[in-house]
Design a protein around this ligand. Structure first.
Ligand code: ADP
Ligand code: ZN
Ligand code: ZN
Length: 731
């Protein structure tokens, strides 16, 4: 008999412990297998973490443990889901991020393989059926039957669906002349690209490659200005890694950037690249995942979760645009792809390359301390100038015109110049939708989300009000529900409004919009980018999605429509984020042989994030912002974790958060500062109340185990939910 210890599929901290079951069946079972088990009067999926063979009887074990033990209903898998390396990785992540192991596993695996009952409804392996010849003796066959036999003899197996006559197939099958062979097929259709030879690297690029190969440090920060040719460095490093017999993992921060990177890699590596990102269907992802784990491909390109690709023998992991926040998952487990990359690289003795024009302060600080190897590409390819930039102060009347309350005179002039020269422009506004929020002019009523503490955004396209947080949607109002007035005012503006403004000012211009609303429809992002690349539009309007990475040679104007959005967000990272966004956006201009310019519209022209971004002066920004972080003691000068307490009952949440905060303060750990309790930016979300405690620490050897005991003390308490976010990005 076997005693099986499993984790239950539910993610709550209160269930984060092994549960024991007995298994009397004959299937193989071990660590990493999924089993179906009874739990609290229903069936759930369990993930086996330990199996003990025993001679004792059921009753003896129950007597010993003092628990009633139920039986495993069924074993789902025929082999463990994860290999040793990935299982160790899961455990290490669970410890580092103080996240339940089960939630780490849920994040690591594709839908069909997740330890969750719903996975059984996920996509199954798809097969193609082939006809194969068994016996070519033609005696007694009809001419039609002989025709098929000869065809199989001459050409080898053919797809069953390519042969039109089922009756002949069935007859030959019954005579044992042919058989049907099933071959796994991949549902992901990747376009075949023409092979491309590598470019001749510039001396700067060559030096960068050499220096990354030569260093004995695990991590290299490749700091290259926008347009300095980092992609070519990635490709060369990948080529060399493959030559050494090792495999390559290439990450991009967002799906909007995957198609382009995929194309680069497919061209260079003979269309042998596997792709993993969220715009694939679950079936496609499943197929790619299995292709990788069977070792059929040696290069994987993908977004954040591709860091868990079951690729073996990794020699190189690249994170392009390493500063981008989407590398951090903002739900449990709150992992950052960079940390996971380093964990994996340590296992394989592989190299990690972090590329960016605007490295995160954390990465730059580590490079300066010598923890990371540092490589700089300080010039654009062919010594192309960085774009000339102008800051337009929206607070000055002389910059404005009656024709538009969104675009300054200068931006309108530059746009018409671009249109007449048949060049292209990018306009950035970091807010989607039509208007920021709606209020009643008579009584001041604000249209708020009923579930969350934030204003609803008006979307003109479908005439709906939407919560950008929980996804709540309601019909757009005709009158104020509070006083009945029909005078509703729209304030603030987003991508949709800008498109309308362009249509009004330049009716002949062809405009495309790119934001996460557009991305709702599968493949829309890739299509929009391809269209703009092919010059099928003059102006691209979008959110931060368009700011980074892209290489559109015909773009000679970038307009940051309102640089201030984001500066006022209550996060110690908001200034860094604004600087990066503007610098990256400006960097999209003038990347080929035509000179580029950038116009930055703002109400804060003297703010250092804006003025230094306009100058593309990363070094000065880094110095200045590091001083700010030092004074306020925020990362990278200290580590940060946030402890979130949430629940449906606000009073309980408040009482509990105070209890925990005072307990934490009583400990008086050296080098640990406790802040709070505080209300997070969004204190009510989906009808759940949230409170935070912030913990700053210089090293984690005391505080992390203590946080672990706090989490453990919530086991079996289901009214209150506790979570820790290690290195949080949003608060
Ligand atoms: P980055 O990622 O650093 O912003 P890219 O990798 O997009 O820059 O390169 C900018 C442009 O320079 C691209 O159009 C690319 O094709 C071109 N390029 C890069 N390296 C070379 C090279 N060695 N020779 C010629 N063109 C190059
Ligand atoms: Zn009103
Ligand atoms: Zn909401």
């Amino acid at each position: 008999m076997k005693l099986v210890e499993v984790l239950i599929e539910r993610k709550a901290e209160s269930l984060n412990r092994p549960f024991s079951y007995i298994y009397l069946g004959s299937k193989e079972v071990g660590e990493g297998f999924r089993v179906i088990i009874p739990f609290a009067h229903s069936k759930v999926m369990g993930y086996v973490i330990n199996v003990i063979d025993t001679n004792k009887s059921h009753e003896e074990i129950e007597k010993e443990t003092g628990f009633k033990l139920s039986e495993v209903i069924d074993v789902v898998d025929e082999k463990p889901l994860l290999n040793d390396e990935l299982m160790k990785l899961a455990k290490r992540m669970s410890e580092y991020y103080l996240s339940p192991l089960i939630s780490v596993l849920q994040s690591m695996l594709p839908t069909s393989l997740k330890p969750s009952l719903s996975a059984l409804k996920g996509p199954k392996i798809a097969y193609d059926s082939y006809l194969r010849l068994l016996d070519d003796n033609e005696e007694g066959l009809t001419p039609k039957q002989i025709e098929l036999i000869r065809r199989l003899k001459n050409n080898g197996p053919i797809l069953k669906k390519d042969y039109k006559s089922p009756s002949i197939i069935n007859k030959l099958l019954s005579l044992n002349k042919i058989e049907i062979v099933k071959v796994e097929k991949s549902r992901l259709e990747i376009p075949e690209y023409k092979k491309e030879k590598s470019k001749v690297l510039t001396s700067d690029q060559l030096e960068a490659v050499k220096s990354i190969i030569d260093t004995d440090k695990t991590v290299t920060l490749l700091h290259g200005v926008t347009g300095s040719g980092k992609t070519e460095v990635y490709l060369k490093l990948s080529e060399l890694t493959l030559k050494e017999g090792k495999n390559v993992l290439m990450l991009v921060p967002e799906i909007s950037l995957t198609p382009v990177m995929v194309e680069y890699f497919q061209r260079r590596f003979n269309n042998k690249v596997a792709i993993l990102h969220s715009d694939l269907t679950p079936a496609e992802k499943y197929d790619e995942y299995r292709r990788i784990s069977k070792g059929e491909t040696r290069v994987v390109v993908g977004a954040r979760s591709a860091i868990f690709a079951p690729l073996d023998n990794i020699g190189l992991i690249i994170l392009d645009e390493e500063h981008v926040e989407s590398y951090k998952q903002d739900s449990s487990p709150y992992y950052h792809a960079k940390d996971v990359a380093i964990f994996r690289a340590e296992h394989f003795r592989a190299k990690v390359v972090l590329g960016s024009a605007t490295p995160s302060l954390e990465s730059m600080a580590r490079a300066q301390k010598g923890v990371y190897h540092y490589v700089r590409l300080s010039k654009r390819i062919n010594n192309q100038e960085l774009p000339r930039t102008s800051i337009i102060d929206l607070g000055r009347a002389y910059n404005l015109t009656r024709d538009s309350f969104i675009f300054s005179k200068r931006l309108i002039d530059e746009l018409s110049g671009v249109l007449s020269r048949k060049e292209q422009a990018i306009l950035l506004i970091n807010r989607r939708g039509f208007s920021g929020y709606i209020t009643c002019r008579s009584c001041g009523h604000m249209f708020m989300c009923p579930n969350c503490d934030i204003a609803l955004t008006y979307h003109k396209e479908d005439n709906l009000l939407k919560c950008h947080h929980c996804g709540h949607v309601e019909l757009s109002p005709e009158v104020c529900p509070n006083c009945g007035s029909k005078y509703l005012s729209h304030s603030g503006f987003g991508t949709e409004r800008i498109v309308k403004e362009i249509n009004k000012l330049f009716p002949e211009a062809r405009v495309l919009r790119l934001d996460s609303d557009v991305g709702e429809v599968r493949n829309n992002i890739a299509k929009t980018i391809a269209k703009f690349s092919n010059n099928e539009a003059d102006i691209l309007v979008g959110t931060q999605m368009i700011a980074k990475g892209h290489d559109f040679p015909n773009v000679t104007l970038v307009g940051v429509v309102l640089a201030d959005i984001g500066l006022s967000l209550p996060s110690f990272r908001s200034t860094e984020r604004a600087f990066e966004l503007i610098t990256q956006a400006v960097g999209r201009s003038g990347r080929s042989n035509k000179e580029g310019i950038a116009i930055i519209q703002t109400y804060n022209p003297t703010h250092y994030a804006i003025s230094l971004a306009a100058k593309q002066d990363y070094e000065s920004f880094y110095k200045k912002e590091m001083q700010v972080r030092k004074i306020s003691q925020y990362p990278p000068y200290t580590y940060l974790a946030s402890l979130e307490i949430s629940g449906q009952n606000e009073e309980n949440v408040i009482e509990m958060v105070h209890r925990i905060a005072s307990k934490l303060m009583e400990q008086k750990f050296d080098g640990v500062t406790i802040l709070g309790p505080v209300s997070p930016f969004i204190a009510k979300e989906n009808n759940t109340y949230r409170r935070l405690i912030l913990i700053k620490y210089k090293n984690d050897d005391k505080i992390k185990p203590y946080l672990r005991t706090i989490l453990d003390s919530f086991k079996n308490k289901s009214q209150i939910n506790v979570k820790v976010n290690v290195d949080p990005y949003s608060l």
